[in-house]
Design a binder for this molecule. Structure first.
Ligand SMILES: N[C@@H](CCC(=O)N[C@@H](CS)C(=O)NCC(=O)O)C(=O)O
Length: 227
């Protein structure tokens, strides 16, 4: 059986979990929390060259990076595929996956996570409100506006769930866990799209499985009631 190392509520770990669920691939989970000093196991440097989660182990094969893992799972169990056959659709899926990790996570979700969780609880330094205000007022509007402009149906690309939806929505789950909301008046398509993807079976199962971690960290699940 496959092993996924990570934390179920991490943006990138959730991508691999949802892909496995969607494809009905059995996996076991090994909790690794890199932001907590001393938490990763002694061999972590060998398993994860970057030190980041997630990492997959499939027998004697070890692989880091959520996108690499999702693509590996897609080749291992091709149906249902998370990458369309059409070359332009497939390219757009990879674009949204890159945008999710390189822009949404890097410039919005990760710094908000650092300010609201890591700073006060792990680094024992106060939250910097100015950083949060800058993200909310100056960084996220362009990103949310762009996404809103790209949504034409239930899924971001094509007519079924792809890696694009998995990567983008996984970011918005953590964003909302942290207590931030999507202004449905300003971004109606984005708000509706997120509700639709979160309501799918694969997301609902992943969210149910990660609930103990969410509760333990005192994060909010209120937004899930609307899904
Ligand atoms: N490109 C990597 C990014 C992985 C990543 O940033 N993981 C975060 C959790 S979502 C992490 O390990 N953070 C711990 C840290 O920054 O020390 C991937 O897609 O797997």
């Amino acid at each position: 059986m496959l092993t996924i190392h990570g934390v179920p509520l991490s943006v990138h770990t959730r991508k691999t979990i949802i892909t496995a669920i969607l494809k009905k691939i059995d996996y076991r989970f090994e909790v690794v929390i890199p932001v907590i000093p001393g938490n990763p196991p002694a061999n972590w440097g060998t398993l994860s060259p970057t030190g980041l989660i997630p990492v997959l182990q499939d027998g004697d094969f070890t692989l880091a990076d959520s996108t690499a893992i999702c693509v590996y799972l897609d080749r291992k169990q091709p149906a249902p595929s998370i990458l369309p056959d059409d070359i332009r659709e497939s390219a757009r899926v990879l674009w949204f996956d890159a945008y999710a990790g390189g822009t949404i996570y890097r410039h919005v979700v990760h710094p908000l996570f650092v300010q609201t969780i890591v700073a006060p609880n792990i680094r024992n330094v106060p939250t910097d409100r100015a950083v949060i205000d800058d993200i909310v007022n100056n960084v996220q509007p362009k990103i949310f506006g762009y996404l809103d402009s790209q949504i034409t149906g239930k899924y971001l690309v094509g007519d079924r769930m792809t890696l694009a939806d998995i990567a983008i929505v996984s970011n918005f789950i953590v964003y909302q866990y942290l207590g931030f909301g999507i202004d449905a008046g300003r971004y109606p398509k984005l708000a509706n799209y997120l509700r639709g993807i979160i309501a799918t079976e694969a997301f609902q199962r992943a969210l149910a499985d990660e609930r103990p971690f969410v509760d333990q960290m005192g994060l909010t699940r209120e937004f899930l009631a609307a899904a």
